[in-house]
Write a protein that binds this ligand. Structure first.
Ligand SMILES: Cc1ncc(C[n+]2csc(CCOP(=O)(O)OP(=O)(O)O)c2C)c(N)n1
Length: 659
């Protein structure tokens, strides 16, 4: 095996050097430094099947240090995934399957999109959570249908990032023992040696988090396999295996240098390295025949594991028809019962966070695979799944995840849960703290993951907690993320309808922005509002004939708009509720024109920044928003102070209407 691993490692080095050189950009250092480790992961550790990259029970491998993508691409190619040598030659080219950083939607075998350091690590924590949850749900004493490891390769950068600390702390608390992280301890980052930045004892830190910590050399294959064995023996803690390594190992002049981190080695150095490795200098994209043969032989073993699992699954299915019925709900979306949503009547006074909590519980009651949690705000967010337990070390069937005060880690972990497959996940915090999860939200949108975000306390109407807790720019900041839908329902009835839309949005995440304060369920003048809300907006109250002014509002401001409209007797006023601007803008142009006639002035009312709303006002109207931070005080006084009272809205509309 040792000789074969050498040949695989050699091939990783040659492919990496040539691909980076040809693209004239990329990161040769990590793949060359971790070539042996990567070869062992793909050849000796992973139970996977390159012919079925989405096999549910495969071991997961996450390259958290995504800049080292050539490590992953070389090994995916060698081990038989659908990634040709031609693809490797197209490294970093437009629309290739080998983008600069790994993207799960582009390349078979890539488990998650990585590059923003630390995110992959935290995704892996989510994957390990999913594995444990699903194992508890489906395994029987006779049959272990869910049973896999999650391996991670993380560098100094990943472990410096706060997101990995949060996720590691959570993983330690939860005792995720099937999570095994390799730490590429090369002590090099972009700016030089970690002596200038990162001198803590990482192993001690992880030990304090509740991890088993191990260490060895990245070039001693026996030792690495023994350490992994030790990690697997540990049943109560995740494992961190620190491996001492040399960046760009094999390069005569650049090994150990930060210069090899993120730049081509240069033609001369590539030639010298090839020579040192015993490869012909003129040979480009050299693949050692022994490396190919090694993986071809491995495929037989993987087929064996795979077939054994298929057989096991078949038996399990025959013996447990009811469990299989459940399985189909989790993994295929089949046999799902209809959700019985709560009913709300006109005049009901209920905060959208409260109706949201009821809707959430109704959903969880019907969908057994619906799980999630809050970052220590379940009570305020109203997101507790009642009677469904807390997922803990000693309760793997709990469906509430207590993420603790760890929004960064939560955001990234839920991406991992979703990526794992089998579960539908939500997470929650205050809207103002969505900033703490923004990198993960962005990645969820990029990966088209249908995560549900429940963000409550959605405006200055939070009141006394003051500007630190009053979001103003957040709705807009979220709306600008491509492929993310932001819903801000105006009452409990709307909430039910937009929740359905969010759940149906299967190709990306959705935000539910909910109020802390009560909102009155209002009469909708449009008899087809439940149909029309699917287009992002609908008419709540209309004028006789073509309106002079259309008031467009979202969430809690729809109620204000309705009150203001009643005061504006001299004008023909229409009120439009727009719980999802993105859907409205993506929808049919004719509907947009119908709702917002060219001739009418448009006044948008939202307790947030005005930026972005010009697309609706179209230069013919105004925005009543909040282009500053809020203030601490009773909510209605703060709102009045910031121009969000009925009186002030009426004044503003009169000004606009008379122009
Ligand atoms: C969140 C984030 N910040 C910054 C970067 C830019 N960046 C890419 S690699 C890197 C250094 C990483 O060092 P290390 O993990 O030790 O990788 P190695 O040098 O060993 O390849 C930085 C700062 C990034 N990709 N993500």
């Amino acid at each position: 095996m040792k000789e074969e691993i050498k040949s695989v490692a050699l091939t990783v080095r040659t492919l990496t050097m040539d691909a980076v050189q040809k693209a004239n950009s990329g990161h040769p250092g990590l793949p060359m430094g971790c070539a042996e480790l990567g070869s062992l992961i793909f050849g000796e550790m992973l139970k996977h099947n390159p012919r079925d990259p989405l096999w549910i029970n495969r071991d997961r491998f996450v390259l958290s240090a995504g800049h080292g993508s050539m490590l992953l691409y070389s090994l995916l190619h060698l081990s038989g995934y659908e990634l040709s040598l031609e693809d490797i030659k197209n490294f970093r080219q437009l629309q290739s399957k080998t983008p600069g950083h790994p993207e799960n939607l582009l390349t078979p075998g890539v488990e998650t999109t990585t590059g923003p350091l630390g995110q992959g690590f935290a995704n892996a924590v989510g994957m390990a959570i999913a594995e444990v949850m699903l194992a508890a749900r489906f395994n029987t004493p006779q049959h272990t249908v869910i049973d896999h490891y999650t391996y991670v390769l993380a560098g100094d950068g990943c472990l410096m990032e706060g997101v990995s600390s949060e996720a590691a702390s959570l993983a330690g608390h939860l005792g995720l023992s099937k999570l095994i992280v390799f730490y590429d301890f090369n002590k090099i980052t972009i700016d030089g040696s970690t002596d200038i930045t990162f001198t803590e004892d990482v192993l001690q830190r992880f030990s304090a988090y509740g991890w088993q910590t191990l260490s060895g050399s990245a070039y001693d294959t026996d030792e690495i396999l023994a350490l992994v064995n030790q990690a697997k023996q540990e049943k109560g803690r995740p494992s961190l295996i620190l491996l001492r390594s040399t960046i760009a190992k094999g390069s005569p002049h650049l090994a150990g240098s930060h210069k090899a981190h993120g730049a081509p080695l240069g033609n001369e150095e590539v030639a010298l390295t090839k020579k040192a490795l015993g490869v012909s200098e003129s040979e480009m994209f050299y693949v050692a025949p022994e490396a190919k043969a090694y993986f071809q032989a491995k495929q037989k073993l993987w087929d064996k594991y795979y077939d054994e699992w298929q057989q096991l699954f078949k038996e399990w299915k025959q013996n447990n028809p009811e469990l299989f019925n459940e399985w189909q709900k989790y993994f295929d979306g089949k046999n799902l019962p209809a959700i019985t949503y709560p009913l709300y009547e006109v005049g009901d006074e209920v905060a959208t966070r409260s109706s949201g909590g009821e809707i959430l519980n109704a959903t969880a009651k019907a969908l057994p695979h619906f799980i999630g949690g809050s970052a220590d705000l379940a009570g305020s967010n109203k997101t507790l799944l009642k009677g469904m337990g807390s997922f803990q070390k000693d309760n793997r069937t709990g469906r509430n995840i207590n993420f603790g005060v760890r929004e960064h880690g939560m955001g990234a972990a839920v991406n991992g849960i979703m990526l794992h497959g089998g579960l539908k996940v939500f997470c929650a915090t205050f809207l103002v703290f969505s900033d703490y999860m923004r990198p993960a939200i962005r990645l969820a949108a990029l990966m088209k993951l249908p995560v549900l975000y429940i963000f409550t306390h959605d405006s200055i109407f939070v009141g006394e907690d003051g500007p630190t807790h009053q979001p103003v720019e957040h709705l807009e900041a979220l709306r600008v993320i491509p492929n993310l839908l932001v819903f801000r329902p105006a009452d409990a009835q709307e909430n039910v309808e937009v929740w359905k839309l969010a759940c149906e949005h299967s190709s990306g995440p959705s935000v539910m922005a909910y109020t802390r304060q009560n909102l009155t369920v209002f009469v909708k003048s449009d008899p087809h509002w439940k149909e029309n809300i699917k287009k992002g907006a609908y008419i709540v109250a209309d004028s006789e004939g073509v309106p002079d002014v259309v008031l467009i509002a979202t969430g809690s401001e729809v109620g204000l708009a309705l009150e203001a409209a009643r005061e504006l007797n001299d004008l023909k006023v229409r009120v439009v509720s727009m719980p999802c601007r993105e859907l409205f803008l993506q929808g049919p142009a004719a509907y947009r024109e119908e709702l917002l006639p060219d001739s009418a002035k448009k006044v948008v009312i939202e307790a947030g920044v005005s930026s972005g709303w010009h697309v609706i006002t179209g230069g013919n109207g105004a925005m009543i928003g909040i282009d500053r931070f809020g203030e601490s005080g009773p909510a209605l006084e703060v709102a009045e102070h910031l121009g969000l009272s009925v009186l002030k809205i009426v004044q503003k509309v009169k000004e606009v209407g008379s122009i």
